[in-house]
Ligand binder design. Sequence first.
Ligand SMILES: *[C@@H]1O[C@H](CO)[C@@H](O)[C@H](O)[C@H]1NC(C)=O
Length: 714
Amino acid sequence: MSGTAQLKLSSHKEAMYLLLCMSVFWFLPLALMLVDDTPLECVPRRYVPYHSNNARLFHEEGVSNYSVMLLREDLQLLLVGAREALYALDLDDVSKMRASVKWEVTEKQNDDCQNKGRDPETECKNYIKILHLMKDNRMYVCGTNAFDPECDYMSYSNGKLTLEKAAEDGKGKCPFNPLQRYASIMVDDNLYSATSMNFLGSELALRRSSPPIRTEIKTSWLNEPNFVSLAQMPESDEGDDDKVYLFFSETAVEYDCYKKPVVVSRVARVCKGDMGGRRTLQRKWTSFLKAGLECPVLGSQLPNIIQNTYRWCDPEKHWEDCLFYTIFTPQSDTSDLSAVCVYSLSDINRVFAEGQFKTLVPLETSFIWVAYSGEVPDPRPGSCQTQSLDLPDQTLHFIKDRPLMDDIIHPIGEKPVLERRGAAFTCIVVNQVQAADGHKYRVMFIGMEDGTLLKAVNYDGEMFIIEQVQLFQSPESVKVLRFSDVTGQLYAGSDYGAVQVPVATCGRSSSCMDCVLARDPYCGWDTDAGSCVALSSTQRQLIQSVKEGDASLCPPADSVEVGNRSFLPGGSVKLLCPSPSNLGTTTWEQDGQRVNSSVRHQLLQDGLLILNASDSDSGRYRCLSVEHSKSHKYTATLAEYQLSLKGEPRLPQAQKESTSTVGLHIVIGLLVVSLVALLAWNFYNGHLPPPWSCSKMLRGKSYDSNGQEDPGPL
Ligand SMILES: *[C@@H]1O[C@H](CO)[C@@H](O)[C@H](O)[C@H]1NC(C)=O
């Protein structure tokens, strides 16, 4: 049970506060907890450890923080903004750099920044933060510029990247502090940015460049916000739908019932056509409304915090059906459960269009936020139908004091589509693919704090993680993730570099069963070619079964090649059998008899280790993999070995005494005595160096006698 329920309610006022809070976050999550059975350990079927072949990498020596990306499919380029540099990389192979341009801070700028108490080696550099395309094909770029943000125009022509050195003021567009969260979007050559407007980073606002307009500096509007992302929706025929959405988290003003401040996740909305009010709210948004976003995660005590969003719109549907795939991480470090919740744009818009507002009312000696039950002015605040300069004062005053909705936006299905413990999720991209069954599936690609990428699909409510691939050698956060429809590739950036990976690497499956059980909608088994290939690469009929993982469709598997292994009595042997799946279990058979785990037989992740081998260990070994998929259970032979005793008996390790070895020991004893005598004679005659190199010789020998580990053929 939650901690609050055990609190003694000492006064009426406290009881009311608690009720207010509980009604908001506790009841629904608690109720959901009882029925929720999402497997939290969601194991990726395949884990792909780091390998330089996993991804194509771009990294320039001495340059770090590859944290902004712009796809220029028209130029077949990926533009990347890093620390003091911008790159144009080949979109088909990011390891190939086409052009680059430096944007470094001057010595004077660095000194000024240092004089203001900032670190000259880290903070007083120019971190590129904003990179957008303009209608005239130039790009708009902003950098932190030694805590003095600046913007510029950049173009690519004749294979060169050029900055115009326009030196536009970047205050309110780009953060001063390279570590502060921000968001920006270019809409019709107009920059919308959510960032700090001052050096201290204390004045935070959502701002449009022209005509310049921003949020009020008021805690009821934005209270210590962390900006996450901005998204826009196209203008509709009715003319009232052209809006920009801001996702962020902030300290809640409405739940001051806790001793500690509570951070909540929000979505806010403004109208693109907003010009500010005539007298009230001059040059401020008159359409700014915000609402809480809830992503109820199993057992979490405090609301989860939004970290990243991806707007996914079905090209065949109306934009009102667009979805926001959103990443949440826990507020307290006692939990490590990340989640993905999906919100529909229509649910968000419904709350703004029909929901109740929150208002501040006095309660005894202080104030509390409650649902506003009075009359809402007409035109309704936040509807974009009236020219903002013509809005009546009544509407303006209303929105100025009450930008927060009482209703909370719930995710589709009222719960996360994916929850997982471990490394925190950092970013997400979603791609829809048509599988062989004719259905379309949305595949989530999730970048994580440990430098890996998860690939997951929700099949009718069942979350399936196809794989987890380590993109970067060192475990560092994936900072940015992009997908190109044109190349079908994903692009990821981290502090270390920029990488590119295909959405599918079907070749990782080498058997039909593995290919089908992988349930990857991008891949299928080509029986003629005998390989797992991308659906998009062939017209041929492929075997695929994403919903069921029905591997009975596969032709009988070819028998595996038998590896011959031999061992010496008392030695150890390892028979390799790496499993292609984390969801399968491997078992071993010796001449048809199951091998059980024992001191001498160790069943390892990647094989069988036989210690102190003896005659009885010879025989035919088979490694079997058993994998469950929905209703079926599949068994496959992964490896087969013929193990036999090596012809020549060798010296056993002198550990166990047995009658049969006593004779041998006598022989060894005699040999040793003669060896010592021989050595002594040699020393005496000066034929050998001093004795320590001898010990080296002996160690080499003892290694020899049990060094029979066999790497095997796999
Ligand atoms: C830049 O990268 C370094 C590691 O190379 C990291 O320590 C630092 O926090 C990064 N800075 C920003 C602003 O991302």
